[in-house]
Design a protein around this ligand. Structure first.
Ligand SMILES: NC(=O)c1ccc[n+]([C@@H]2O[C@H](COP(=O)([O-])OP(=O)(O)OC[C@H]3O[C@@H](n4cnc5c(N)ncnc54)[C@H](OP(=O)(O)O)[C@@H]3O)[C@@H](O)[C@H]2O)c1
Length: 304
């Protein structure tokens, strides 16, 4: 039976460690603070940001939710970022993506003070990551490394295959795995004979954004499979393709009219030595690492 890598439990352990750090800082009169900027009314973003703000409250981190309207301009957003950069009680600035089309997202991310860039998206932090000197690493990739380490899955010398090369997940996780001494292959939509490469993976990371894309014949038996994908499916035929005969999923689907599937077909997990489920695998780590980065930023800014 493959081992299920329980992201909920691992995230809870990290959050507990973060809460302890927050208490220790409080005794020195320091309270880490996060500003979360949520533009407009994107339903999924609202849920993500609400969860992030709630996590801050649970851990004793100060948080402020700022909600500019969907009509906001790049200039107005740059002015907001400048204000947040200047405020001493704000250690972390989170700009929830995606932004409306009229806002220049790159200009905005570049304007965030790298010392407060808790998402790790500023070119300065990307450069540090490349050079093996990560200060604030992107949360989802950092969370993947935590899952592997805390589950005692060896990384050094293993062949890690990352499918996806986004700036947010694929590239940074490949770099982090490289720094942990894995032999890393990065695949993408132009990769030829993808299955021949994924089948070589001791650690397979799927960050594609296509439901159930990694099928059983693409997985080496015994591999560790990390499924980053979060895809909501509402179509009955698609549901049956992934979850036919799964009573628990059937109940969720009947109740909500949708369910989540990762980038890995559930049948492919059966071959794995260990895997992250969707939901409850990588997802919870993203928020836990955001909290950890906020505390880290608070300490680094004060030279602690
Ligand atoms: N759990 C979490 O907290 C979390 C966080 C972030 C993202 N996610 C999820 O992770 C998934 C990936 O997110 P992302 O932001 O990295 O997505 P993205 O920016 O859309 O990147 C997708 C990557 O997959 C590659 N790809 C697409 N089709 C392919 C194919 N047929 N064969 C091989 N590679 C293919 C693309 O290749 P090209 O570069 O060649 O186009 C691209 O590099 C999404 O489902 C997203 O929702 C989850």
């Amino acid at each position: 039976m493959p081992k299920i890598l329980d992201g909920v439990a691992i995230a809870a352990a990290i959050q507990q460690e973060v809460a302890e750090e927050v208490r220790a800082l409080a005794s020195q009169g320091i309270r880490p603070g996060l500003a979360a900027v949520l533009v407009g009314n994107v339903a999924a973003s609202e849920i993500y940001v609400r969860n992030k703000v709630q996590s801050c409250a649970n851990l004793g981190i100060f948080s402020e939710l700022i909600t500019p309207p969907a009509t906001v301009t790049t200039g107005e957003m740059l002015a907001l970022v400048a204000q947040l950069n200047a405020r001493d009680e704000i250690d972390g600035i989170l700009i929830q993506l995606p932004l409306p089309a009229q806002v220049d997202a790159k200009a905005l991310l570049d304007a965030v003070d790298p010392a407060k860039d808790v998402d790790g998206f500023h070119p300065m932090n990307e450069g540090r990551l490349l050079a093996g000197r990560p200060a604030l690493a992107p949360c989802t990739p950092a969370g993947i490394i935590e899952i592997l380490k805390r589950s005692a899955i060896p990384i050094s010398g293993q062949h890690a295959v990352v499918v996806g090369r986004s700036d947010i997940v694929g590239k940074p996780v490949a770099l982090l795995l490289l720094h942990e001494n894995a032999t890393v292959t990065i695949c993408h939509s132009k990769t030829r004979d993808l299955g021949a490469i994924t089948r070589q993976a001791d650690i397979l990371v799927a960050a594609i954004g296509r439901p159930g894309f990694i099928t059983p014949e693409m997985v080496k038996p015994g591999a560790t499979v990390i499924d980053v994908g979060v895809n909501r499916i509402t179509d009955r035929a698609e549901f049956d393709r992934f979850f036919a005969g799964d009573a628990k999923r059937e109940a969720t689907f009947a109740r909500r009219g949708s369910t989540l599937v990762g980038d890995v077909h559930p049948k492919a997990f059966e071959l794995a030595g260990a895997y992250t489920p969707v939901p409850g695998g990588v997802g919870p780590l993203t928020i836990a690492m955001l909290m950890a980065n906020t505390v880290r930023a608070a300490k680094m800014r004060r030279g602690l």
